[in-house]
Design a protein around this ligand. Structure first.
Ligand SMILES: *Cc1c(COP(=O)(O)O)cnc(C)c1O
Length: 711
């Protein structure tokens, strides 16, 4: 399965398109050469708006025109944006005397439907009209006929735009057009210009993509043609407006097809930034003019067209970044406030820390070695889908899970890349392995033969037992290993082993580990000698990497370290990495009560108050994953940045803490069970040590009942 396939070239081009639109409204080359400026702004930049329409069509029509709700959602989004933009420019409109015109109601209505209430805003109503026309035509007549009809509309539009001069000599037709121009100012609108590009976007999304090496030359040839066309019709003075050209249609087809052929990680932030730049650049123009006037620098910032353009662009882009940042902040804040108001207990999963840990670990891996993210057991309790999605975005394309069902869940949620199933899968599920593109571990020859007998090509990895004596083929049993490579349907793409004492610095453990490592590499050597090309190799898990970083393999299977903790508090590692915990666990005070000296708290009356005390009932218990073993007087939680001792036995759903010293504590307050609050910090390592276990167990057992909040 291919990793990171999104239409990212489209996202990048949106920024170029936004810059072109800014150019149209600032004429950057005017001072240098009128012709050059016309070629840039009057011709090339006219690709921008059709590109936006095509992009909308492309995503809108993905999956056909069946579900009207998709269209409704698109129109609603566009209308809200339009409404916001209209309001944003109201002050400018007022300043310009927009409302003092003749027949204001009629004209404003026309502007709202067709022209836009500000010169650049026509695009938004046009997107609504265009999408409506395209959608219902496609629904009624199919894509092919819709394309023909919308091309016809485009042709009608051409004679009101670039080719107006041609019909000016024919009075009857000229009257017809002038009649239309009573209704709207230009034919470059939602009726004549937009539909064809929506439909072309739909057509591209519905068909097999043409190869880029064919589209790119096609685009260049058509663009050259369009420049020629533009210069010609301009020399004839035919243009009433410069938005529509004959060559624009094939030009856009090739350009868009080429962009669709270039795939990679999507950059949605760019598309949002482009839209904001589009909406606000006229405001930036006003701001630059105002600033220039105040600073008496009009000569530079207004009259010099190139500097003017660059300044407007920088201001617009800066504003876009600011707005996006605030939106992001608000979203995070809203999610948190919601949790802070309502949840009884929850997890906070810091995806920034996850990405940080991945970077740190990648830095100590030898060159060419890739991180295989171990996301079994719901990513050690962190939520495998979100964690894997985040890792995908950070460029991680290799995952390991314990079971086929974990693998299927990730595939369902569109996690990309290679997913290795570490554990056993019943032969009866071979078709699912294949269908979901999962890689199955082979632990013995007999299993491999049975899998082979299913008759489906299945991608596999061989697991070697080099001394742990858990699962895997005995590393000395070379003949069995080689036989697996000869099975017709078993496609071996990896060979790995697992270290069982890599966390220890004891002399014997180190010697044992070194023997495991050399045994593993011996097998690889023998395979090579026998003419078998050795597939992907890996033997290190977290401690394997941290204590034996010099091992050179294709992958390192990293679990616990990626989640920002070590297994045990007392562990030290040969390389030190700045790991940051990804998970925090929080709960709430749901009741506060006062008890007298001599009274007891909880089941079994294990806590006896030595003095009058104030006790908080906290809404989290062992069913949420807090080990019951922690009952007994050594476990703390943090409230208002201060430690409070957990007292009595931890119950299934609640536990209690002594808050006598924390006077400000009140019902509803947040309690940090794992994590940081002010100066205080309770690590998962602390808690695991208290319960006599390792963090791997503690985190992976965090209860399903805890809601997860992702940061
Ligand atoms: C769980 C597991 C890992 C990950 O181990 P960590 O110590 O959490 O990094 C690696 N390999 C195998 C085979 C595993 O089962």
């Amino acid at each position: 399965m291919e990793c990171r396939k999104g239409y990212n070239a489209i996202d990048y081009f949106r920024i170029i398109a936004a810059v072109l639109v800014v150019a149209v409204h600032t004429a950057p080359l005017e001072d240098i050469s009128g012709t050059a400026d016309f070629i840039l702004c009057g011709i090339i930049a006219r690709l921008a708006v059709p590109f936006f329409f095509m992009t909308s069509g492309f995503f809108l029509f993905k999956g056909g025109a069946e579900d009207n709700r998709r269209l409704a959602a698109f129109i609603k989004r566009t209308a809200v944006l339009y409404g916001g933009a209209v309001l944003l420019y109201l002050p400018v409109n007022i300043y310009n005397g927009y409302f003092n015109q003749e027949k204001p109601v009629l004209n404003i209505l026309k502007d709202i439907v067709f022209n836009g209430t500000m010169y650049h805003l026509w695009y938004l109503p046009a997107a609504i009209t265009g999408s409506l026309i395209a959608w219902f035509l496609v629904k009624k007549t199919g894509t092919g006929r819709t394309l023909a009809v919308s091309l016809l509309l485009y042709a009608v539009g051409l004679f009101g735009d670039g080719y107006y001069g041609v019909i000016e000599g024919v009075p009857a037709i000229k009257h017809l057009y002038d009649g239309m121009f009573c209704l709207f100012d230009y034919t470059r609108n939602g009726i004549f210009l937009a539909p064809v590009f929506f439909v072309m976007g739909a057509a591209v999304s519905g068909h097999k993509k043409l190869p880029v090496k064919f589209c790119l030359p096609g685009f260049i040839i058509c663009l050259t043609g369009m420049i020629g066309e533009g210069l010609f019709i301009s020399s004839r003075n035919w243009q009433r407006h410069t938005s529509m050209y004959v060559m624009l249609v094939p030009c856009m087809f090739f350009l868009f097809s080429a962009l669709c052929g270039i795939r990679g990680k999507r950059k949605l932030i760019l598309s949002r930034a482009a839209m904001i730049i589009y909406i606000i650049h006229p405001a930036a123009i006003v701001a630059v003019r105002l600033m220039a006037k105040l600073l008496h620098a009009e000569e530079w910032f207004v009259e010099n067209s190139l500097i003017h353009f660059v300044t407007v662009l920088i201001l617009s882009a800066g504003a876009a970044m600011g707005i996006l940042y605030i939106i992001q902040l608000k979203k995070v804040q809203a999610a948190f406030n919601k949790a802070a108001e309502t949840d009884r207990a929850w997890m906070e999963i810091d995806l920034e820390n996850l990405k940080h840990n991945v970077k740190q670990l990648q830095e100590i891996m030898p060159e060419g070695c890739r991180l295989m993210a171990v996301v079994k057991a719901d990513a050690y309790g962190h939520g495998a889908v979100r964690v894997s999605g985040c890792l995908n975005k950070a460029g991680i394309c290799n995952f390991a899970v314990a079971t086929i069902d974990e693998g299927i869940e990730l595939r369902r949620k569109r996690v990309k890349g290679r997913i290795l199933v570490l554990g056993h899968t019943d032969i009866s599920r071979a078709a699912q392995l294949r269908g979901r593109g999962l890689v199955q571990t082979i632990t013995d020859l007999e299993y491999a033969r049975q899998l082979n007998a299913c008759g489906m090509d299945i991608e596999t990895e061989i697991k070697l037992d080099t001394g742990m004596h858990r699962s895997g083929l005995n590393a000395e049993d070379i003949e069995s290993i080689i036989k697996i490579f000869s099975l017709k349907h078993i496609k071996v793409t990896g060979i790995y082993s697992h270290l069982c004492a890599a966390d220890s610095h004891g002399k014997e453990d180190v010697e044992f580990t070194r023997r495991q490592i050399s045994l593993y590499f011996d097998v690889l050597e023998v395979l090579k000698e026998r003419g078998i090309s050795v597939p992907g190799t890996h033997i290190q898990s977290s401690y394997g990497l941290l204590n034996y970083p010099e091992i050179k393999c294709d992958y390192a299977r990293i679990g616990i370290a990626m989640y920002g903790v070590l297994s045990s508090k007392s562990d030290s590692t040969r390389v030190c990495v700045d790991l940051r915990p990804v998970m925090a666990v929080k709960a709430r005070i749901v009741q506060i009560r006062n008890i007298k000296a001599g009274e007891t708290v909880g089941y079994g009356r294990t806590f006896l108050a030595g003095k009058d005390s104030r006790i908080a009932v906290i809404s989290i218990g062992y069913a949420d994953g807090i080990p019951r073993e922690l009952s007994g007087g050594n476990e703390y939680v943090i409230i208002h940045g201060k430690r409070a001792l957990v007292i009595g036995r931890i119950c299934m759903d609640v536990m209690e803490a002594d808050i006598t010293e924390i006077e400000e504590a009140a019902v509803g307050d947040t309690v940090t069970v794992i994590g940081k609050d002010g100066e205080e910090f309770i690590s998962a390592e602390d808690m695991a040590a208290g319960a006599g276990t390792i963090t791997n167990e503690l985190l992976s057992r965090m209860g399903k009942r805890l809601k997860k909040r992702y940061i």
